[in-house]
Design a protein around this ligand. Structure first.
Ligand SMILES: Cc1cc2nc3c(=O)[nH]c(=O)nc-3n(C[C@H](O)[C@H](O)[C@H](O)COP(=O)(O)OP(=O)(O)OC[C@H]3O[C@@H](n4cnc5c(N)ncnc54)[C@H](O)[C@@H]3O)c2cc1C
Length: 273
């Protein structure tokens, strides 16, 4: 098995260009809690400023179309960029964008403009809030409710084990829109402004790392924050989970485990007579 990675001259030229850019712009000597805990306000501010610079170049989403705020590159360039970012020992840039493909399919043009482009330009942070204290991989067990009323929905429930190193602007959330309908045909996905009244976020310290909990207490969410039809949340949420569970062609691990196994195997091979 050949463990060498070969790059084309174009990819190498791209590496030199972004490497120089990162040397100039990437924040130096930042300290991130190794257990995935939230970043302090000062570190968040520094990283957010850097995110804006990356977003301006389309490098927060290098292989996504330029029209929506991406870099318009092929995935191989995406990999080169990720490898160079790794040199600076930075965690992922903080935003969960796995909802973007779902919104490209089910969102309105207005929603795409309002949510996708600011996210890819580094202006907003979104958390994925699907999981609940008593509901995990089986979305049919979601308890959070979204009760329809004039102009929107009232959301009530608790989301648990949420990852969030940065304070969020939006919460992409799954909730039951009609408890009378059959399971799997009774859910909606909402893009919720995290600053709305009735939302409380707590950090729960655990033995290893921490989790964020989001409490929705009768939160009014306007109609135009529902993504797709009100009863199609099951399908929409699973399309987001599909991206999370390996939809991307290549991904560097956040803690470098895969890269160190790769290096170990490569070294073992080169040491063989
Ligand atoms: C580090 C970390 C970060 C996370 N970040 C987030 C986040 O940002 N946002 C978020 O929403 N969630 C997050 N989660 C939660 C994550 O989505 C859940 O852990 C996941 O959905 C699995 O749920 P669970 O742990 O309750 O396991 P369970 O759902 O209880 O699953 C346990 C086992 O039972 C099986 N199982 C479950 N239901 C069924 C069924 N009906 N039929 C057959 N088999 C079944 C599963 O396949 C699995 O093998 C995070 C979790 C971790 C560990």
């Amino acid at each position: 098995m050949d463990f060498n990675t070969n790059y084309t001259p174009e990819q190498q030229a791209f590496r030199i260009a972004i490497s120089g850019w990162l040397d100039e712009h990437a924040p130096k000597n930042l300290r991130f809690p190794p257990d995935g805990s939230p970043l302090n306000a000062e570190t968040q501010a520094i990283v957010k400023e850097f995110r804006l610079k990356l977003g301006e170049k389309g490098w927060l989403a290098p292989s996504w179309p330029r029209e929506i705020g991406g870099g318009g590159l092929s995935t191989s360039f995406d990999v080169v960029l990720m490898e160079e970012m790794r040199r600076f020992d930075m965690p992922s840039m903080g935003d969960n964008t796995r909802w973007v493909p779902a919104m490209m399919v089910w969102g309105t043009d207005e929603q795409k403009k309002r949510f996708i482009t600011p996210s890819l330009r580094g202006e907003t942070i979104t958390w994925q809030t699907f999981n609940e204290p008593d509901s995990g991989s089986d979305f049919a067990t979601v308890h959070t409710t979204a009760v329809p009323e004039e102009g929107g929905y009232r959301i009530t429930g608790t989301k648990a084990f949420i990852t969030g190193r940065f304070d969020p602007d939006y919460l992409v959330t799954l909730a039951v829109t009609d408890p009378e309908r059959p399971r799997r045909y009774n859910l909606g996905v909402f893009m919720i402004d995290a600053t709305l009244p009735g939302i409380e976020i707590k950090t729960m310290r655990m033995l290893m790392g921490s989790e964020r909990r989001v409490f929705f207490d009768n939160v009014f969410v306007p109609d135009d924050c529902l993504i797709g039809p009100p009863f199609q949340g099951w399908e929409i949420a699973y399309s987001i989970i599909e991206a999370e569970r390996g939809g991307a062609a290549f991904r560097l691990s956040e803690d470098g485990t895969i890269e160190s196994i790769y290096t170990y195997l490569k070294d073992q091979r080169s040491e063989q007579p």
